[in-house]
Design a protein around this ligand. Structure first.
Ligand code: CAA
Length: 693
């Protein structure tokens, strides 16, 4: 792909400098691996070369294996071979770690004979986050270099360490502002003093007992995670077996895990989240507008959380209310949230003061005048929103992005209340807005390309995962959720119990089922919406009428009279459900867990297919990203659309037809796109690949 060689060799002053340049993150593609081997051979053959330095271009050193190559046939040389070529040199090889050294990137550095890191560099083995283990000698070299216990910790938590911490643990030899210059100097000193012992030939493993103790604790805590067992087994081999046999053990685990559907799912999640930030159909050269100041209208729970998101990202924000009283209450809530984080130890006092200092409270919409982006987060009422946007068109400075945080309402109708609809879009945050990663960016009919690009870029600055959605009722996430909610209610009427429905989803991997979730959020929210829109949900309505509004009334689908947070099944609820079933003329039956699960998930997937065919979402991966980051869909199943491919689309079509026939509900009939894919042997993944090409 790159027209320029991704690995270059330059020889000067007795040093061969091997430089990797493979934007954006210097991943170890086949071309890079081949280039490393050739450069090592050339350095070995040139008598003027006394030492070698390996470094890379840009902000990262090497971000690891090229994840996009994983599903494809392997191209030699392998990464272990490339690393062996560097390690096997008789001349000293020093890594100049200019930025992040992750996964295979850290393994390259471990194969060098010494390491110098820039202060901002971060070093880690994140493979576990992709359902893997280090596969290019990391499990053998790292323990021999820094000890088995710290090595095991690094590879099982997956989080990188700073250059300073890496030095303290013996992973890097020096930290220097100019890592390259320091590496060159070190390389020359080593050329005189003699090549250091390579990591593979060291035996600084530390105590076997301490390792077994750490391993037992990890295995107990992460019993369901196959990567942990593999890491433990591979590091144990470093104690028990010669290097080459340890390498073989590691390789076997790596190849097995790479084929595990859970690892495939996690890799999909990684790539889908990044793809989601690319907006299809933007005119070339579209530039986001600069955002230096923000304003948030409405200091309720949502508005306060959004303001915190801005402050956390270092963006000054004005929080606006209609009265001093409301404003004080909102600011107090924000201050309370930050104080809790300080008490918990997750935020320093200094950071708290800085963030609070970035949030300014004001009464009156006029205070939004100086903002580059204005997020409206008031009550979910069309009339009110239109009134605010009507006023904003005069108040907001030209070029300001005007965003609504609505979760259901028509963004085009809101935009039509201004003379500047090009500036209007949706920024749908999820509660609690300062915590949840998902940001649905809603593109209106008239939204200007650069306004859209601004919102997406801003989302990433706020440490969110932005996904673009078209306009429709509930956008991507809540529109699909409505399918699940309706089916959950239906299952209760037909014979299932709340705890059975919830268990089907928690066994699948969700942290909470729909009824436990409804109890937590409060049943009155949905009740109010149903009453306003003339809809009914007989069991939910009956619970609300009985004053069972969820945890806040200590009774909902479950009974919370114990500690107020743990729900237990309640015979009163069973009686109420049985009454509703009778009223609906339904004979209750026991419903197997598998049927419950399929009936909850497949209608959502079907709705996802409609969302795709209507162009509301640009890619199936975008839908997965929404569900993974906003609704707790378990990552190791890859999201609803990835899961659908795995189940097999013909199976989903057949089951949807069963559900439609049994209930007489035609909205459960398979969507046209789903049918077409199932009949042609296609998949949602193949659609996304076409889109990307
Ligand atoms: N392979 C292929 N592409 C990668 C990649 C990788 N390892 N890492 C990042 N990219 C791509 C991203 O997909 C993204 O592409 P687009 O711009 O086309 O969307 C681009 O690089 C930039 O990535 P980010 O948006 O994440 O940039 P960032 O600056 O926020 O973060 C980073 C940079 C910290 C390096 C981050 O990308 C990251 O954590 N990467 C993954 C690291 C990783 O998991 N490495 C282990 C790989 S597995 C391995 O190495 C196995 C082994 O032992 C052989």
């Amino acid at each position: 792909m790159a027209d320029q060689e991704p690995v270059t060799l330059s020889i000067e002053g007795g040093i061969a400098e091997i430089r990797i340049s493979n934007p954006p993150v210097n991943a170890l593609s086949a071309a890079v691996r081949g280039g490393l081997v050739r450069a090592a051979e050339a350095a070995a053959a040139d008598p003027s070369v006394r030492a070698v330095v390996v470094t890379a271009e840009g902000r990262t050193f090497i971000a690891g294996a090229d994840i996009t190559e994983f599903g494809k046939p392997p191209i030699p040389p392998s990464l272990p071979e490339a690393i062996a070529a560097l390690e096997g040199l008789a001349k000293p090889v020093v890594a100049a770690i200019n930025g992040a050294a992750l996964g295979g990137g850290l393994e390259v550095a471990l194969g060098c004979h010494a390491r110098v890191a820039a202060p901002a560099a971060r070093l880690g083995l994140p493979e576990i986050k992709l359902g893997l283990l280090p596969g290019a000698g990391g499990t053998q070299r790292l323990p021999r270099l820094v000890g088995a216990v710290p090595a095991l910790r690094l590879m099982t938590d997956g989080n990188p360490v700073s250059a300073g911490d890496a030095q303290a643990m013996g992973l890097v030899d020096e930290v220097a502002e100019d890592a390259l210059a320091a590496a060159r100097a070190l390389a020359l000193r080593l050329a005189d003093a003699g090549r250091p012992t390579p990591s593979r030939d060291r035996m600084d493993l530390g105590s076997r007992e301490a390792f077994e103790e750490a391993a037992a604790a990890l295995l107990k805590k992460g019993a369901e995670n196959p990567s942990i067992g593999a890491c433990v087994d591979a590091v144990r081999a470093a104690f028990d077996k010669p290097f080459e046999e340890g390498m073989a053990a590691e390789r076997a685990h790596f190849l097995r895990l790479r084929e595990d559907p859970r690892s495939k799912a996690l890799r999909h999640v990684f790539l889908a989240e990044r793809a989601a930030a690319r907006i299809p159909g933007l005119p070339k050269g579209t530039k986001p507008r600069p955002v230096e100041r923000a304003a948030v209208i409405g200091a309720g729970t949502m508005g306060g959380g959004i303001a915190m998101s801005f402050a956390n990202a270092g963006i000054p924000v004005t929080l606006i209310e209609t009265s001093e009283e409301n404003l004080a209450r909102g600011l107090e809530r924000v201050a309370g949230n930050y104080a809790t984080s300080v008490k918990r130890g997750s935020l320093s006092e200094e950071a708290r003061a800085k963030r609070m200092g970035l949030i300014e409270g004001k009464v009156g919409l006029e205070a939004a005048a100086g903002a580059d982006v204005i997020v409206e987060a008031v009550f979910e009422e069309m009339g009110l929103k239109k009134e605010i946007f009507g006023k904003l068109q005069e108040i907001a400075r030209p070029g300001a992005v005007l965003a609504t945080n609505t979760s259901y309402l028509d963004v085009d109708e809101i935009a039509a209340s201004t003379r500047r609809p090009g500036d209007v879009l949706g920024m749908h945050f999820f509660s609690p807005a300062n915590v949840m990663k998902l940001l649905e960016v809603v593109r209106g009919r008239e939204t200007a390309p650069d306004a859209l690009a601004t919102a997406v870029e801003l989302g990433r600055k706020l440490a969110k995962v932005p996904v673009v959605s078209g306009v429709c009722y509930g956008f991507i996430g809540n529109r699909m959720l409505a399918r699940r909610t309706a089916m959950a209610e239906r299952l209760l009427q037909e014979g299932a119990l709340p705890q059975e429905v919830d268990k089907a989803l928690t066994d699948f991997g969700f942290r909470m089922g729909p009824f436990a979730m409804a109890d937590l959020a409060g049943l009155d929210i949905g009740w109010r919406i149903r009453k306003a829109t003339g809809k009914t949900s007989p069991v939910a309505d009956a619970l609300c009428e009985a004053g069972r509004l969820g945890q806040k009334t200590k009774r909902g689908y479950y009974d919370y009279s114990g500690d107020g947070r743990t729900g237990t099944p309640d015979p009163e609820v069973l009686a109420l459900i049985e009454r509703v079933s009778a009223e609906q003329g339904l004979t209750r039956r026991s419903i197997p867990q598998e049927e419950i699960l399929e009936r909850l998930l497949y209608p959502m997937i079907n709705e996802g297919a409609r969302i795709l065919e209507e162009g509301v979402a640009a890619r199936a991966g975008d839908i997965d990203t929404v569900w993974l980051n906003g609704y707790g869909w378990p990552a190791w199943t890859g999201g609803p659309m990835f899961h659908a491919d795995l189940v097999g689309l013909p199976r989903i079509v057949a089951r949807l037809r069963d559900f439609a026939a049994a209930s007489g509900d035609d909205s459960l009939q398979p969507a046209a796109l789903l049918l077409r894919l199932a009949e042609s042997g296609g998949s949602f993944a193949s659609l996304d690949q076409k889109e990307a090409a």
